[in-house]
Each structure stands twice: as C-alpha cells, then as structure tokens.
Design a protein around this ligand. Sequence first.
Ligand code: TLP
Length: 350
Amino acid sequence: MKVIDLRSDTITHPTPEMRKAMFEAEVGDDVYGEDPTVNRLEGMAANMMGKEAALFTTSGTQSNLIAVLTHTHHGDEIIVGDEAHMLWYEVGGAAALGGVILRTVPTDSCGHLSLDDIERAIRSKDIHYPRTALVCLENTHNRCGGAVLTVDYTDEVCNLAHGRGLKLHLDGARIFNAAVALGVPASTLARNVDSVALCLSKGLSAPVGSLLCGSKDFIERARKFRKMLGGGMRQAGIIAAAGIVALETMVDRLAEDHANARRLAQGLAGIRGITLAQDDIPTNIVMFNLSPELSVVEFMKGLEKTGVKIGLRDGRPFRAVTHQMVSSSDIDEALARIEAVCRRLSRPRK
Ligand code: TLP
C-alpha cells in the first residue's frame, strides 16, 4: 500500500536530477565566498526576484529571522499579521534573538492585513513608544489555506510602509505558488518589497534551503547575521546544486499541484462528515473540518491505518498539501480511503 503523505510539501524528496547535480556539484568554501555553485544559486534567485543580491540560508525560518535582524534594532516593533507563520511557527525567534516586539494586526481569510489596521499600528514619534521598523507579509499565506496576495495589494502595503519610513519583508516561502497561480513573474510580486525570503524545500522539492533576496547592501549585512546565527556554511554547493535544479525545473509544474489540490477539495466536499474550511483553493493547500459527530482522534487513527497522512495542529482545521510526490490518481486513492474512514466512523455503534 502506498502511503499518501499530504501533511506538507516540505516532505518532498529531491528529484533524480537534483541528486545527480548534487553528486557532481563544484564546491568551495562559501564563508570565503568561494563556492561557485552557491554563488550561481544566489545570482539566479536574486535575478528571479528582481533584486540585486541573495543569500543562501538553511531554512525559511532562518531567512525570516535574518531579515528581521537586518531591518531592525533591538527594541523596535514589527507589524505582522495575527496568522503569520513568523508569529506562529518560528519559535518566537524574532523576539528572542532580535529583541523586537511583534505587533499583530488582524489577518482576513485571504491573508490580507488591512491598510487601515497597518496604518493605525504604526507608532508615532513619542518618547513612550518603541520605533516601528518593519511590516511583514506572507505570500502564499500558510494559515489562510495558501491564499495569494496580488501584485496590487503588495504594492499598496509597500507604498504605505515606505511612506512612513518603514521597510517591508515578504515571507515568500511559497512565492512561486503565488506567481504560478496569478500568472505573473515572482519578481513582479516582489518588485517593491525590501526583502523577500523564498523556499527551495517546499513545493520545489529541494532537500534544504531558502534564499533571502534584497539590495546589495542589505544582503551584505544579512550575511553577517547568518554567520552570527551559525549559518555560515562551507561546501554548501552540494545542497545549492539541488536548489538550482529546483529553480530551473520545479516552478512551472506547481500548476499541477494546484490542480490536484482543487481535485482533492472537490472530492472532500462530497464526503459526508467533511466540510471545507475555505471558499476556494487558490494554490496547493486544502483545509477542512470534520463534523462534530465524528471523532478527530478516531479519524486520525483510521487515516493512519489506511496510509493517508494529513496535517493536524492545535485545534486548527485539517490541512492537506499537494506536491510532486502525489499524482492525480493518488488524490483519487486518498479520497477513497478518507471516504471509507468517514463511512466507518459514522456507522452507529452496536
Ligand atoms: N511551513 C511549514 C511548517 O513550519 C508549518 C509547513 O509545513 O507549511 N514561511 C512559511 C509561510 C512557511 O509555510 C514555512 C514552513 C516557513 C516560513 C518556514 O520554513 P522552514 O520550514 O524552511 O523553516
């Protein structure tokens, strides 16, 4: 029985082409700036994001943290959505290591922070207040079911932030999903942000890595913070090589993951006992709830037995994420297994 793992697109394995590229990668000591493969990857990422420079980091979490450290000073305040990954799932690193206050504003179901809320959250000059330094957005938006922020919206928030002397950081862990969904280059989505973090190890299937992109000066300073965090890597070309293949070969195919997510959502909507937690499925994330008569614990046990893995975290809706390791027939198979589990659970007990 094939296990169908829909917990996250982070579970994807490197493709055979990536493994070959890793095996053959030319390497050097990247702390000296001498790894040609890392340098090539950084150049490519900067180019794809329309920025002057990029920094290869170990993870999206590290990129976001480095961005905060580089844009702020201890004691500053940063504005984040109350559903932001940076707030929920990054171990409070920005506060713990960056010494910043995370000021939250409400996130709507489409991943937007309202311009009014952002405006209101920006501190005026007053001896009692911390300085507001940064606004953070997330595209696609993880906890909002892979919601996509448009170019116009991103530009508007950038204009607001810049007009008030703030920087804007974009957590673009899945920015290529957004770009593919909108049919625009990722560089257009990021054209006005001061920094953008993209991930190689989610839908793009590389084994590790993220790139923080921005101006030359920003990246020079960010590089020192990466070193400070213990993220100075040596012959990192071995992993960067997979990242190059990811950027070259795995972006356009994300459309398949989006189609599979819609297929999954359609199927789930037809299963008794399941309701979708989203009105539409913009990218590769599907969130759903179980009707209260069905036990979550029994549902999870049933899924485990039938070899379907779905994400579940602290009272949130279930989350299923499509990726290159699940085909459309795997989606159909997963649906059949989920339906069987629901049917079994809704049978009256003797
Ligand atoms: N998200 C992971 C988990 O941490 C929840 C997932 O399975 O979706 N920004 C966004 C929007 C993310 O979704 C993630 C990872 C990150 C940053 C952090 O990336 P990594 O895992 O590389 O540190």
